[in-house]
Design a protein around this ligand. Sequence first.
Ligand code: NIG
Ligand code: FE
Length: 413
Amino acid sequence: MSSLSVHGAAQVLLPPEPGLPYLRGDAGNRMTLAPGGVTCRDGVIAALEDDPGAEVQVDASGAAVLPGLVDCHTHLPFAGWRAEEYAMKVAGVPYAEIARLGGGIRSSARMLAEMPDGDVLGQARGLADEMLRLGTTAFECKSGYGLSLDAERRQLGLAEALCGHVPQATAITALVAHAVPEGFTPGEWLDAVEGALDHLLSAAMVTALDCFIESVAFDNAALERVGAMAADRGLWLRAHVEQLGCHRSVPVAVANGARSVDHLSMVHADDVALLGRAECAAVLLPSAEVLNDEHAAPGRALLDAGAIGVLATDLNPGTSPVTSLPLVMGLAVRRYRWTALEAAAAVTLNAAWVMGQSSAAGSLEPGKRADLVILDAPLEHVPYRLGHDPVEIVVVGGRVVHVRPGSEWRLGG
Ligand code: NIG
Ligand code: FE
């Protein structure tokens, strides 16, 4: 029996009550940040107080203790980077134009095709480790850089392999409609995906299907088709929508039972109230907004309407080569006028709900997996000290998996 006790914390972030699947609207503000401790036994949270008899003792004086952070929207695993495109964007070439010139998603598909499996996994494992050190104890993977049936299946297989090699909890999404592959119309590509879906899904434990609805990608009819495929297989529907233009995709996604709509920079004002009522999360990606020079999603209006607000990195080589959820929280607080508590709910319980994991993760509750982060300051410093890495210790499944150099004293070292 293994045990770990965190004692003397200045703040322990607790949900307003146990058993909540998510925190709607501004309900993140009902979480509490009282001094205290946490005890973990055999990989799960055993008590919301310290235990001086536990084998491992963590001194959390001056620190905030949070549930492990959850990144529910990444594009891992991918191959290489696209720094040259970033320079083009900064010089004024729009994302859609870069895509039309053969860059963007197609360029990442070429790099993925050329890179051996071991190298793709090496890059992805390095990034997962970087995320772990920044407090991310669960993350999502996606396909979508294959752009042929064989290559999509290979990327799903690589995602499955990655999930087997990292300490974090994971979920895999098949992004079956990302860019329209060369030689296909959007409809022909979806016909091909539909015909091969069983074969594609046999490569990995997939829990959701995703699609990119945009003028340079797929339209709302495709969203309906991907929704039908997901419903047919008992999978969740997720969708990249309203990123560069407004296509009124939110009502279509909600009508098709979407678990989440992601991006929303250009969401129509009339669709905000719908997200306030729907059991469909609004996943906002502020680092993609900043680096891609997009409009700010109406984050404050979404929470005021009652939406399930979520933040993620969107880690990908094109729009957001960003691994840090603390940085994303900082951008969100400033850009959306969110409180630190609202941002914290958006990267913990609400993000875990998007991944279908909020009964086991996302909050400090007895019985949940013992995934914890210990920060070097109160929670309010996370958005305030933008760019600073606030994470001193990361615990996954009751085991210390990261100690920031210089913080060994917290473990008595
Ligand atoms: O979430 N918008 C579509 N997909 C990614 C970008 C993919 C890429 O540019 O490689 C996103 O921003
Ligand atoms: Fe994305």
